[in-house]
Design a protein around this ligand. Structure first.
Ligand SMILES: Cc1cc2nc3c(=O)[nH]c(=O)nc-3n(C[C@H](O)[C@H](O)[C@H](O)COP(=O)(O)OP(=O)(O)OC[C@H]3O[C@@H](n4cnc5c(N)ncnc54)[C@H](O)[C@@H]3O)c2cc1C
Length: 473
């Protein structure tokens, strides 16, 4: 929205008054560093020297009250607010597309409380998740949200994208771990969701804000449950003749026992990433898992796993490659192993019921491979009683040089593959979120049910200032 330049000065002066003079920046070079997260388009755009999206004011709140004051100012002047955690999101969720305020939450990183009796921990939402985990570890506990972005993502970012970590199959997703939230609503009102989840006092307010990507409010504090660190961890790896056989075996495992880690790789990923990172070099579908907890129970679970895998004629590769995978659990995603510009790539991250998963895998693979020079690899890394997710990626080594053409092609691949998933019963995202990347497909995914989200958005944010163009809102 166009404003007289002295009005920008007025807003700047109000923001400095609200959060402290030095906690507001307007330096274009500093704002430039918030022009890209881990979204391929944004990174490509920046690489090619294009003008990235830029906020006008960089604001660093130090408390919930600061956030409240900033939102009141933003609402009065009708200027957009884009909340920024670690900036590690892959969906363009934090990009300041509409200018205005870039609210960097990382000053809000205090530990608030550990309740040893209830096994819960509370912290401010700008804390990097690794620190929260370290505080829990000091008590012999774990929050068990161990994503590959553990060291670069914040509590708020994980909640806003409904993230997931490697031990999710046993311990659940961030929404299972989160007990309650403090949120600042778009008009500046500070609210607490109730102190415990799973109550019957109406719908669970946590679940309105978890996954809402900064479009309905700003999460300022969160309480998580903790569980004791495991007494033992047993590692194992197997090789299946093909992905479909591996899927059937893993489904049976998950519907019988609960490994913490369970990853199944298709043949293409076994022969590329698994071979390159952990040196396992055999054709087939590689699977690795961890059973953990009390020693006797973990051993019993592993016996069940061995029995199931032998019935599916899997090759038992012992503990060595299971341990190697675990040692490299984060390395997989860092330079040297992960795809990187100038390659074009996308992680499509689809989830579905077991009965739909194989047709989805095949349909997406077909859609991706119809594009010249584009390859498809996939693994399943998070398992539920009812289904799983496919972490499927397309990779193009030599994308078009021209940024406009590259963007067009990137989005065509996404549209075709994601629509194929939806046509076969898939949901467009398991844990990376929607952001800008999938925003255009939200209405197709939800149909008339999108009205519920639009009503929440209009009710809570009538001026539409919160993270515009994200989440299809
Ligand atoms: C190498 C790598 C590995 C990854 N591995 C995983 C993984 O294993 N599991 C996984 O789930 N994701 C993974 N991701 C994706 C990403 O890191 C996660 O989505 C992460 O949780 C984002 O956190 P962030 O603090 O960086 O959020 P940002 O990127 O800063 O923001 C993400 C979204 O959250 C909103 N937001 C941020 N803070 C708040 C707040 N306090 N209140 C309201 N909204 C807020 C932003 O506006 C934006 O919409 C990975 C990314 C990378 C680069």
């Amino acid at each position: 929205m166009e404003k007289l330049s002295f009005m920008y000065d007025m807003i700047e002066s109000e923001l400095r008054d609200a959060v402290g003079y030095d906690n507001v920046g307007t330096d274009p070079d500093e704002l430039l560093s918030y022009g890209t997260d881990y979204y391929w388009i944004a990174r490509m755009w920046m690489d090619k020297g294009q003008e990235p999206p830029k906020g006008r004011f960089l604001v660093r709140p130090g408390s919930t009250e600061d956030v409240s004051k900033v939102l009141k100012i933003a609402n009065y002047y009708r200027i957009p607010v884009h909340t920024w955690g670690g900036g590690s999101g892959s969906q363009g969720g934090a990009l300041p597309l509409a200018g205005g305020i870039l609210l960097d939450m990382k000053r809000m990183d205090r530990l608030i409380e550990i309740d040893d009796e209830s096994h819960s921990i509370t912290a401010e939402a700008g804390m990097i998740f690794q620190r929260l985990e370290w505080y829990a570890n000091e008590r012999g506990m774990s929050v068990n949200h161990i994503p590959s972005c553990l060291t670069c993502g914040t509590i708020g970012g994980a909640l806003a994208h409904r993230g997931i970590g490697i031990t999710s199959t046993k311990y659940g997703k961030i929404d299972d771990q989160c007990m309650s939230l403090e949120v600042v609503l778009p008009d500046g009102t500070i609210i607490d969701t109730l102190p415990v989840p799973k109550h019957a006092a109406g719908p669970d307010l946590n679940q309105i804000f978890i996954g809402s990507e900064g479009t309905l409010g700003i999460i300022t504090k969160a309480t998580f449950r903790m569980v004791p660190l495991p007494e033992t961890r047993l590692f194992r790896a197997f090789l299946f003749s093909d992905f479909a056989t591996g899927l059937a075996a893993c489904r049976e495992i998950v519907q019988t026992v609960k490994p913490s880690v369970l990853r199944l790789f298709d043949q293409a990923e076994t022969q590329s990433i698994i071979k390159n990172v952990i040196g396992f070099d055999k054709p087939g579908s590689f699977m690795n898992l961890v059973c953990e907890g009390r020693k006797a129970m973990a051993e019993e679970e592993m016996k069940v796993v061995l029995d199931i895998c032998s019935r599916y004629d899997a090759m038992d590769c012992g503990s060595e490659y299971g341990e190697k995978w675990y040692e490299n659990r984060i390395t997989f995603f860092y330079p040297g192993h992960i795809m990187n510009n100038p390659q074009m790539f996308g992680t499509m991250d689809t989830c579905a019921r077991y009965s739909d998963i194989l047709p989805i895998y095949e349909a997406m693979k077909k859609e991706v491979e119809k594009f010249d020079g584009v390859r498809f690899i996939a693994h399943c890394s998070h398992w539920y009683d009812w289904g799983t997710m496919i972490y499927d990626r397309f990779i193009m080594d030599n994308p078009p040089e021209d940024p406009h053409e590259a963007l067009m092609l990137h989005n065509r691949i996404w549209n075709d593959a994601v629509r194929a998933a939806m046509a076969h019963g898939g949901v467009i995202n398991d844990h990376h979120g929607i952001g800008l990347k999938l925003s255009r497909l939200m209405k197709e995914q939800y149909g008339p049910a999108m009205k519920v989200m639009e009503a929440l958005k209009h009710g809570l944010d009538p001026n539409g200032i919160m993270n515009p163009y994200k989440l299809g809102l």
